[in-house]
Design a protein around this ligand. Structure first.
Ligand SMILES: Cc1ncc(COP(=O)(O)O)c(C=O)c1O
Length: 380
């Protein structure tokens, strides 16, 4: 099976050495029935765990009713999904644009900022990851990902993450937006310095630029609050979401503050599949499940458990917040990742060779934290 896929699918990904067949909660299963504890959360997507029942039921029901129609028609399920997301973000008067992925959500956010300000430039931060399409890639601040950016006219400047002075200097009259991950994940889980995000909010307001929070990883409860904006008491003009938004059905979205909404007209944004009924049903079920159980509180509880139980002479620090955690090691993270993989525990690497990332589902219990702690302890 592995060699079959290698024959027919482009070799653009490094992969775990097994064929995945199924998943339930925080476990996934290979073809031979082997069980893996998924602390990588299917690349930060399975925040509610794999195949969460309310989402599976909603998708099944919607598939029987209508798989797809475009945005040319009104749709009850789309409007319920949007309302649920606005409530979740606690942004009365905000509105939603649906698309299909994180990179598309960031493209849409930057497009809105350029449209409403009439300005060309976007300010971003070094170390950020925003996606692989041209605009998002221009905003990305990790050089490795930019090699494929051939000839894309980049009106993007980068500044140091955490540096308000540099942000102020970059927010000129040309700047439409400042885009950032509130916590930089791919870089190795870098937390914003205290006061940085509020400071950016003030600077952007003064400069007439739109503050964009890329919440593709940090949103939807992972940080211990419904959104990163709420976790850091900040009010960005636009928040972008994807990954966990529809529990695995491809979907992205941007949530736009009311003052920006007023300046948009038909044609400003568009997507054939964005907000289609199947994805919308999955969004509605995902967001309502998170809201009903206030599941973001689990992220706080689990973070405390990880910090209490994970001990090793090789573990220098645990960075991050909620269920976006970076284990900083005194040796290559790949060694611990492989050790855990042998024990059937899935974790993620990052751009920092010494940082192992945990992006687990909110469904974890104490037993799974202990399973990881024991496996880490056996790492020599
Ligand atoms: C913070 C962040 N933004 C954007 C993206 C791009 O999302 P997608 O792969 O859905 O385009 C990612 C993907 O890892 C991400 O982590």
């Amino acid at each position: 099976m592995m060699s079959h896929e290698d024959r027919f699918v482009l070799p653009t990904y490094g992969r775990f050495p097994f064929v995945l067949k199924g998943g339930k909660g925080h476990f996934v299963f290979d073809e031979d029935g082997g069980r893996y504890l998924d602390l990588y959360g299917g690349h930060a997507v399975a925040l509610l765990g794999h195949c969460p029942k309310p989402v599976v039921d909603a998708v099944r029901g919607q598939a029987d009713t209508l798989l797809f129609y475009s945005n040319l028609v009104y749709s009850q399920v789309r409007s319920r999904a949007a309302e649920a997301l606005v409530r979740f973000c606690r942004r009365p008067g905000a509105q939603v644009f649906f698309c299909n992925s994180g990179t598309e959500a960031n493209e849409a956010a930057m497009r809105v900022a350029r449209l409403v300000t009439g300005r060309p430039k976007v300010v971003s931060t070094y170390g950020s990851f925003h996606g692989r399409t041209a605009g998002s890639l221009a905003a990305t601040g990790i050089a490795k990902y930019k090699h494929a950016m051939t000839g894309a006219a980049s009106d993007t400047v980068h500044v140091r993450f955490g540096d308000l002075k540099a942000a102020k200097a970059a927010l000129t009259k040309e700047a439409a937006a400042f885009i950032l991950e509130p916590v930089q994940s791919m870089s190795g889980v870098i937390m914003p310095p205290k006061g940085y995000l509020k400071g950016l909010e003030k600077l952007c307001r003064k400069a007439g630029a739109v503050l964009i929070f890329d919440e593709v990883q940090t949103g939807l409860g992972r940080l211990g609050a419904p959104t990163a904006a709420q976790a850091f008491h900040a009010a960005p003009g636009i928040q972008t979401f994807a990954k966990a938004l529809a529990s695995g059905v491809p979907c992205g979205a941007i949530v736009i503050a009311p003052e920006l909404v007023r300046k948009l007209e038909p044609g400003a944004l568009g997507s054939t599949f964005g907000g289609g009924p199947l994805a919308a049903a999955a969004v509605e079920a995902t967001v309502k499940t998170l809201l009903k159980g206030r599941l973001w509180t689990q992220a706080r509880r689990l973070e405390a458990l990880f910090r209490e139980r994970l001990k090793s002479p090789f573990l220098k620090e645990i960075r991050g917040k909620g269920l976006l955690l970076g284990l900083v090691l005194d040796r290559p993270a790949r060694e611990l990742r492989d050790h855990l993989l042998e024990r059937r525990i899935l974790t993620g690497l990052s751009e920092d060779p010494n940082v192992l990332r945990l992006l687990p589902p909110l469904t974890l219990g104490e037993a799974e934290v202990d399973e990881l702690a024991a496996a880490v302890k056996s790492f020599k």
